[in-house]
Design a protein around this ligand. Structure first.
Ligand SMILES: Cc1ncc(COP(=O)(O)O)c(C=O)c1O
Length: 374
């Protein structure tokens, strides 16, 4: 079930109802082209993370630019991608429990499916599900690469897991998952590089131990929008999993480049379209976008192109703006664009992207993998 689209194709932007999730198509395409070009030039594979956009239309646009497939985090996201025409999905996450694994094994009869593991019992469960469907599943052993989330310690434990995967008749040992998530938003350029040096050490140590055990490691996969230049230049990773680069949220905009400048190499393409629903006093205005319309886990949204006004606090259905210049003409009924603090959980609140070009609605894309908890 999804809510009706807030717009129609051809409609002027001003008439698009709020709250709505807007995609500036020119910027979005520039972001996609930029990473596609960089990865093609370096000879590395790109498998963008679809947990960011949750939308097969966007996945297909990435694949049309050379991506080998997409990553997902949940089985339901993978199902939505395959239903939307994506033929190669890597669930870059640990999936535990019979019902989810059997859904994944059934999906592996329709498309190329991979997943990550960090536990030997889990390997046995995956093999049992794959055997039941006579399916083949590619498995990456996840190593702890610095973020203190999932992943076995780099070293003998990872080798033992790889051996278990290789011994399972329906599984293929595809390589190592080495993703350093907490490095992505380290603000300083050199500090981000140092964090990826630690992840590289973990990956190389494990790959060398695998070699000593005569186990070939076909691929090391990982990286995100904040650090991909380091993984790409390392000669260690063979595949990048960047997700947020297509949208560039406000939090990513706070990362510093080599010269100490904020912003990075991608541009903001994703906005929440909001209406001023009240201006009760000169120093305050209220938007119709609160917690149900924008994620605030990485800070409040920024206002696009509106000076001296800040988004101060969110409640369920209200966003309270502090108006610094009390003569500001912001009035009830005005519509403005917000740049979300964190793109992935903001997207998860919407059923539709409203694609805009030259101030008109050009595309309406359903976000079919939103809300996929399982
Ligand atoms: C395993 C994994 N790979 C890649 C990404 C993509 O990272 P980003 O959106 O920062 O590019 C994420 C994001 O959380 C992730 O969890």
């Amino acid at each position: 079930m999804s809510t009706p689209a807030p717009a129609e194709i051809g409609m002027p932007l001003d008439e698009v109802d709020t709250p709505a999730l807007l995609l500036d198509l020119d910027v979005f395409e520039r972001n996609m082209d930029k990473l596609a070009k960089a990865t093609a030039a370096s000879g590395i594979r790109l498998r963008p993370h679809a947990k960011t956009h949750k939308c097969p239309s966007i996945a297909r646009a990435q694949i049309a630019r050379g991506a080998v497939g997409v990553c997902c985090q949940k089985v339901g996201e993978a199902e939505a991608m395959v239903a939307g025409g994506v033929q190669d999905v890597y669930v870059s996450n640990e999936i535990v429990g019979r019902s989810k694994l059997e859904r994944l094994a059934a999906l592996a009869k329709q498309a190329t499916i991979s997943l990550a593991v960090d536990n030997a019992d889990n390997v046995a469960q995956i093999e049992a599900a794959a055997a039941k469907f006579d399916a083949r599943i590619n498995v990456y052993v996840e190593i702890a690469a610095g973020m203190r989330r999932c992943g076995v310690d780099p070293g003998p434990e990872a080798v033992a897991l790889a051996r278990a995967v290789k011994a399972a008749p329906h599984l293929h040992f595809a390589g190592l998952q080495a993703y350093h998530g907490s490095a992505q938003h380290i603000r300083g350029f050199d500090d981000r590089r140092k964090a990826i040096d630690v992840a590289a050490e973990a990956a190389v140590t494990t790959r060398d131990l695998l070699r000593q055990a005569s186990i070939d490691c076909p691929l090391i996969t990982g990286a995100g929008t904040g650090t991909f230049r380091f993984e790409m230049g390392s000669g260690i990773w063979g595949e990048l999993q960047c997700g947020s680069y297509v949208f560039m949220d406000a939090d990513y905009g706070r990362n510093l480049d080599q010269g100490g400048k904020p912003g990075g190499e991608f541009e903001h393409s994703l906005f929440v379209w909001a209406t001023v629903m009240s201006r009760p006093v000169r120093e305050r205005a209220v938007l119709d976008v609160g917690l149900k319309g924008v994620a605030t886990d990485c800070g409040m949204p920024l206002l696009d192109g509106v000076a001296n006004v800040t988004y101060e606090r969110a409640s369920d259905d209200h966003g309270v703006l502090k108006v610094g210049d009390t003569n500001h003409p912001l009035a009830v009924g005005d519509k403005i664009k917000l740049i979300p603090g964190h793109c992935d959980p903001t997207v998860n609140l919407y059923d539709w992207y409203v694609g805009i070009r030259n101030n008109r609605v050009e595309a309406l894309w359903p976000i079919t993998a939103r809300g996929m908890l399982r």
